[in-house]
Each structure stands twice: as C-alpha cells, then as structure tokens.
Design a protein. Structure first.
Length: 479
C-alpha cells in the first residue's frame, strides 16, 4: 500500500484565547480539518458559543482549550503567594536568590489608615536595611572562608557567593516586599483564580482580581506582533468572574463552628516539625482537613480527634462546610484525599519554594510568628545572631500592634508557620530527591531529608526507593 502523504501534525499560531477554545471545541464536534474549523470560527461569534456551552451548560473542558498569559508587577510577596495557589498553574515569580531586593521598597497594605501605614513603613524600611547589612556581612564571611576553585571564573565565583548570601539575607524580607509574577493558565483556571481572589481577606488581592477582569475585557497590553488583530483578550470570561462566595462563607462557617465546639485544651499537644500520617479513613481525613486552616492545631491532633467522634458529628462539620455551596460550586479542595499527609512547620521562605509543587493538595494556617523564627547556621558562624535577632524581634513586635490582615505584610520570611501537604508516593519521592540536593536552600533541604526519614519509618520498602542528599553534605559554591 502506498504510504499516505497527509500531514498528521499541524501546528497553530497564537490565537486569542476564546477563539482558540472555540476552534478546538468545534474541532472535537465536527469531522472538519482544523484548518476548516479555524476558518469557520473567523466568521462566527465565539462569545455566543462560550456563553451557551461553558457558562450556561457547564461544559468546563472547553475553557481548558484557551490560554491566557498574564504578568503581575509591583504586587506584594503575600499577594504573589496567593496568586500562585492553583494546582493547574504554570508560572514563575521573581527569585529572592538571584535578585537584590534592597532598593525595592515595599507594598503598604491598603487596609491601613495613615497612622498605621506610617508605623508599618518605618518597620518595613528597617527590615530592608537589615537585609542589606546582613547580605553584605554574610558575603564577606563566605568570601573569606570559601576559596575560589581554580576551575571557577571570578565572575562565577562572585555570583555563587552572592546567591548564597541572599539565601540568608532573604529571611529579613517581609511579605510586603514587591515582586513580579508571570503565569500562563487556561481560561477555566483563570476564572477559578479570579473568583477565589475576589473572595480574599486581603484588599490587595480583591483589587487585583478586579484588574484581571478589566484586563481580560481589554486588548493586550504588550504585543509580540504589532500587526495582530486588535481585540479583547477574553471578553466573555471577563463578564462571568464573580467572587467565590462559597470559599469565603465556608471558611467563616467553619471558624464559627470550631470556636463553638472545640476546646482550647487540645492546643497543649505537640508533634514533630515534619509529621507524616497515612490516613485510613477518608471521611475523618476530610473533616481534619476542613478544620486545619481554621484552628491552631496540627493535622495529627485533628485527625485523632475526629476519629473519636460519632459519624453524626463528623457529618456536622461537613454540612457546615457545604451549607453555602451552590450548583455552580465544585467541592472545596479540602475534600481531596491523598495517601500521605505531611504536616510541616517551616519558615515562610522555604514554604514559598515548596509551594511550587503542584502535584499535591496544600493548606495553610494563618501566617503568624507563633512558632518563632528560623536562624541560619551562617548567621551564627558569622557572629550575627544578636543583630539578626533584633531585626526580627522589632518587626514582630510592631506587627502585633497592627490590625489583621494587614499586619501579615510585616511578617519576615524567617517566621515559621504550619503547612499541610497531601500527596502520593511519586510526589513525595520527587520532592525528597529534588529539594534535598546541595544546590538547594538549606531550609527546605532539611525538610526534604526529613520527609524521606518519615516515609521510611512507616513504609520501609518505599522509603528505601527515595533518593535524598543528607543536609550535612554541602557544596556552597553550587547553585
């Protein structure tokens, strides 16, 4: 038989997101070639199609076929972390290892009045000055104790030492430091992201969500080709991105239930800073995960507590979480289960790095300084412990005088908090292998190593399959 000469792989040039979604959706519903589908879309209204099939009939997979590239500039690190909190998300934020933030200034929470803003700005400026001073001193300490290898150029040596010094100095950056984020998401993920941000407790996030809607209704701000068609980015999407009231109200309802039904006696217990549980009951796991972000207690305690309850009491928590749900709302992410649950106390700097691992379900408690601060070994080796501690103490004390949630903008990256990561074994193996390497930051290296140890303790055969580099194996000139 003579081989076919028909082209089997066809590439498409960039298209407006809603046009692309329309073309590919029609392609799946027609025997036509993609060439014919695109020509058909040129003469038909994508708005009417999306209004009917996506927003009215709920064919959500259509919205996965169009992608939007967005960049956020001049936003706070706190806002960046919240923006990135999507599982199906592709993006990058500015690196605190490779960029100098000493002259970046800071974002002032819009919730503050004039006097509160002045107090915040003075404290944030002092932290930035400390960041600059600590970086210079740690750089000098490293340069004086780490000879340049003959195989390394002076320029590469300077870059590596500077990056390691930033690894330490970044602990004096606070959540109010401005940064930039670039992301590429599907229309469906963008809709979910904006609806979540519009329901945020932070005014900065709510206003950013409104700006995203406005940007989608307008033409692109930056063009690759000046001759591209002048049309809005995603005008249909812009009309449907209302606030996710279910997320907001369920949190409020669970907070109220916990305050009325759980006693402070539970708070006395403690667990390891890297704790691993393999839940055996799905309903109990869901209840513990629902209560985790709205209580001060670790997951293990909540799981054991819920295990002792009657089925009716566990159902009560679930009913509280779902009472605000409408037909449009998906189940909260708290209902998603994975075989392994890591409850980790770590500094916010490390969390920002581990937060990038999307193949797991992630939850956090309210940011605070309740667990104290991380002190890098290099701070002690360089004789900077007193100076470092004073910077952190003054910032923490000032934060306690400011109202929430704006006070969280003054929390330094050195502050420890509690975070929940639910994952399968493949993701646990990947994190342990990748994040324990000598090129990584010392803080998450210790966590990745401990994750392997915890897995080995409950799953010896699987733990033996996990490769991880011990944190005491170091090579400071690798990055």
């Amino acid at each position: 038989m003579k081989p076919s000469t028909t082209q089997r792989v066809l590439t498409l040039s960039p298209m407006p997101p809603e046009k692309c979604a329309f073309a590919l959706a029609r392609y799946s519903r027609s025997p036509d070639s993609i060439r014919d589908s695109i020509e058909w879309v040129r003469t038909h209204d994508s708005t009417k199609f999306l209004e009917s099939f996506y927003f009215q009939y709920g064919h959500a997979s259509i919205a996965d076929l169009g992608h939007v590239a967005l960049c956020f500039e001049g936003i706070s690190e706190l806002a960046a972390t919240e923006i990135e909190d999507e599982q199906l998300w592709d993006g990058q934020a500015r690196s605190s290892r490779y960029q100098d933030f000493s002259k970046s200034g800071f974002v002032t929470p819009p919730e503050f009045d004039t006097s509160q803003a002045a107090v915040y700005q003075e404290a944030a400026a002092e932290l930035l000055a400390g960041y600059n001073e600590i970086h210079a001193k740690v750089f000098d300490h490293l340069a004086g104790n780490l000879p340049r290898p003959e195989t390394m150029t002076p320029a590469a040596y300077q870059r590596n030492v500077k990056a390691r010094a930033f690894d330490v100095a970044r602990y004096l950056l606070c959540f109010g430091i401005p940064t930039g984020v670039g992301q590429v998401t599907s229309i469906r993920t963008l809709e979910r992201q904006v609806r979540r941000l519009k329901a945020s407790e932070y005014e900065e996030l709510r206003s950013l969500a409104s700006e995203i809607s406005e940007a989608c209704a307008a033409e692109p701000c930056v063009r690759w080709n000046a001759n591209d068609d002048h049309e809005a980015v995603a005008p249909t999407l812009a009309r449907h991105m209302d606030a996710d009231e279910h997320v907001r109200r369920s949190r409020e309802d669970l907070c109220a239930w916990a305050a009325q039904n759980l006693t402070a006696a539970y708070s006395a217990a403690s667990v390891d800073h890297v704790d691993l549980i393999k839940p055996t009951d799905t309903m109990t796991d869901i209840v513990a995960t629902l209560l985790y972000p709205v209580t001060p207690w670790p997951y293990r305690m909540l799981y054991e507590m819920a295990s002792s309850w009657t089925t009716a009491r566990r159902n009560e928590v679930i009913d509280v979480a779902l009472q605000s749900r409408t037909k449009r709302d998906e189940l909260l992410r708290n209902f998603r289960s994975e075989p392994y649950v890591f409850d980790i106390v770590m500094d916010i700097g490390a969390y920002r790095d581990l937060h990038r691992h999307r193949r797991c379900q992630q939850f956090r408690k309210e940011y605070s300084t309740h667990f104290g601060f991380e002190t890098p070994a290099l701070i002690m080796e360089a004789g900077l412990s007193e100076m470092y501690g004073q910077f952190l103490s003054r910032a923490s004390n000032t934060a306690t005088t400011l109202p929430a949630p704006g006070a969280q903008y003054l929390i330094p990256f050195a502050a420890r908090s509690r975070f929940l990561f639910k994952m399968d074994f493949a993701e646990a193996e990947y994190i342990a292998r990748l994040r324990s390497g000598v090129k990584g930051h010392f803080s998450y290296r210790k966590i990745a190593w401990e994750m392997k140890q915890k897995m080995t303790s409950i799953e010896p055969e699987l733990g033996a399959l996990m490769e991880a580099t011990p944190p005491w194996v170091e090579d400071p000139l690798q990055r």
